[in-house]
Design a protein around this ligand. Sequence first.
Ligand SMILES: Cc1cc2nc3c(=O)[nH]c(=O)nc-3n(C[C@H](O)[C@H](O)[C@H](O)COP(=O)(O)OP(=O)(O)OC[C@H]3O[C@@H](n4cnc5c(N)ncnc54)[C@H](O)[C@@H]3O)c2cc1C
Length: 831
Amino acid sequence: MVWVLVCLLPLLAIALAVWRAPLLVWLVAGAAWLAGASWVGAWSATSTSIAIGAWVVVLGLFVVAPLRRALISRPFFNVYRKILPPMSDTEKTALEAGTVWWEGELFAGRPNWKRMLDIPRPKLTAEEQSFLDNEAEELCRMVNDWDTTQVHNDMPDSVWQYIKDKGFLGMIIPKEFGGKGFSAFAHSEVVTKLATRSSASAVSVMVPNSLGPAELLLHYGTDEQKRHYLPRLAKGLEIPAFGLTSPVAGSDAASIPDRGIICKGMYQGREVLGMRVTWDKRYITLGPICTVLGLAFRLYDPEHLIGETEDLGITCALVPHNHPGVNIGRRHFPLNAVFQNGPNWGKDVFMPLEFIIGGPKMAGQGWRMLMECLAAGRSISLPGSNTGMMKLTAKAVGAYSRVRVQFKTAVGKFEGVEEPLARIGGNLYMCDAARQFTAGAIDLGEKPSVVSAIVKYHITERARLAVNDGMDILGGKGICLGPQNFLGRAYQQIPIGITVEGANILTRSLIIFGQGAIRCHPYVLREMQAAQDGDTTRGLKVFDNALFSHIGFTVSNGARALVHGLTGSHWVGTPDVAKETRRYYQQLTRFSAAFAFLADVSMLTMGGDLKRKEKLSARLGDILSQMYLCSATLKRYEQDGRKAEDAPLMHWAIWDAMFRAQNAFEGVISNFPNRFIATVLRRMIFPLGRPYVVPSDKLGHKVAALLIAPSETRERLTRNTFVDRGNEEDPVGVLELALEAAVASEAIEAKLRAAQKAGKLTVRAPDQLIAQAQASGVISREEAGLLARRDELRAKVIRVDDFPQDFGIGDANAHIRPADVVAPSAEPVAA
Ligand SMILES: Cc1cc2nc3c(=O)[nH]c(=O)nc-3n(C[C@H](O)[C@H](O)[C@H](O)COP(=O)(O)OP(=O)(O)OC[C@H]3O[C@@H](n4cnc5c(N)ncnc54)[C@H](O)[C@@H]3O)c2cc1C
């Protein structure tokens, strides 16, 4: 009996922890256990009374709030205030910007799946659908990568005019200002479609609709600025660009040396209060052709002309391109992409305070403005454009794999080629799900800063993988550039998405978990804010509350991770979802609890050091990211109507992501600085070993098969890809025709082979073979025609371009900027 009670104790503790029982329940349960031990004779009545008394006193300390605050929380509070690393205003602003959405549930260890499934699916209005089917389709027809990159080195004037006239540049501008007033989802759909055809059109359209003058004006502009600029931006009468990056400040954009000094000066014949701005920017998209330049610089008021503060902080202004002193016009050449991108600079350029976005009252508010708007842009433009490139890869490379024959077999049927094909298909299914899920969040009014970093990083990385895989499958056809190459330019340009809007290494190492831990954690931000509260009594009260909730949260997640690990999470409840996905919800709940526990133990043991331990922080972010991507994938599967034909794509994506998440857990635990804690963590998180393996070869085979044959699933997967249908001179248009012909002729081909084996056909040359087969009645005239047509289309598909020997020879010195236009150095100034 005594042993039963002893064994019962840890079970009781785990059960209470799993259910996050209030302290009072712990108190009563502990006392009941002690009384039970006395009743079975484990110890005397006196010992029992002493033990219960001690238990009540100890737990009482925790239960009675004033006592707890005075004796326990205060010392912690004092130490925490001392060790909390000082945070600059820019860091604080970045951390506090945006909202917490579904990722908050994943971070908290107990995701409410019903809530996720209830999030409405984003939909296009009739007007948006029509724009996608007509204007966007037409724009795709008007451009192609070869013409823009090689012939025009830009988009032709007629294309630019079409973009302006049809309102592509004003998709996010409300109708009242003459824009389209489209949803974030519609914007994402348009960019995705354009990117399946030409990166120049996708980038030139997405940038004005993303983080830039229009977005900033909409949120912070004065009425006058809105009335002046928005209708002109919507109609393309103004081309916007936004300059933040400088030669010395790239990723660390808050430390830009560009500066403005408040002073008086002449503007339009009058003396006005303004600022003398010196800047040197580079990499600015649309910069060389912009008519209105958004500029970020640090503003100083050394003579106190507008207030007491000298260093006002980062400020955003809108400067007309022809304002005296603005230098603009040259361009960079980013990996053969021809969207306009270049440097601009100015020295002591006087401009009135009215140029500040939002007017003088917004001086110094630029960083907050940029951080608040970043989430929306980052959730749409790069996820959209990179999913577009993946769609093109899946559609065209899938078809090519069936059309291209080696060793008398379509290359897509070789196991070695199936592997990259499966990666392309599975990754695309997941990325498109995440793109749609996240754009839908923006339309619901969210500004999810952590999620936007997740989709930006993971979609651009997986797109790079997909395009790389596509290039490997294409072989020489992918390497030789020319009008017949449909993927080479995407391959060249894919690193651009990796670099911009938060370079990927930085985003993974510093932002996803670094920001996620503070923003998404239910208690950490509250604890930090309480510790920084000037009113220490109020701060201690909030801190105490958050600290004890935090402890309960960590203990509970640890217990739940262990129990789910031991039970294989079979007992986790799920909402009414497809039978074949139930286990994934259960395993994700398990991973979520384990992640929340691991994150807390990491923060507790490493504190501020975790920020510098970027490899651990990156892997923690990977776990959160994979769970987010899995959520989006499961949601997509439900929304698409649980189609059995699509299931291999969903299964492949989830197995791959769960395996990656598991590896990330392992990466954190294996490298955990404290080896004893690492051992305990491993035993708690994977008590029976690691459940996930890579997606099986069988599954990979099914996914690859979906890419190399026409089907509804293939259409759904590559929906919104531009195909110049019926155009045999277009490299993707001809591929679709050739795919159909290849599939249709396979049965006829089999007849030929059988006849050859039986000795009925004696010639070997393909054209003669078809003629002999027809003449000897092995195949009909129609069948012979089909084979001939297939061969004709296949010949068009596999052809590559060649050029005269002096092709491409030009002015080798065009890159050197003349000495008289070298930008001024914008050294930081002492205000
Ligand atoms: C084609 C193109 C278009 C662009 N358009 C614009 C635009 O319109 N407007 C604008 O203002 N800017 C623009 N940019 C600038 C872009 O945002 C920057 O390139 C980006 O911020 C990275 O800066 P950097 O290239 O100087 O890299 P660096 O900051 O020098 O980074 C070098 C490497 O170090 C990594 N790194 C840096 N810090 C850390 C860290 N703490 N932890 C881990 N890794 C770290 C980065 O991830 C990167 O891999 C554009 C850039 C390009 C290439």
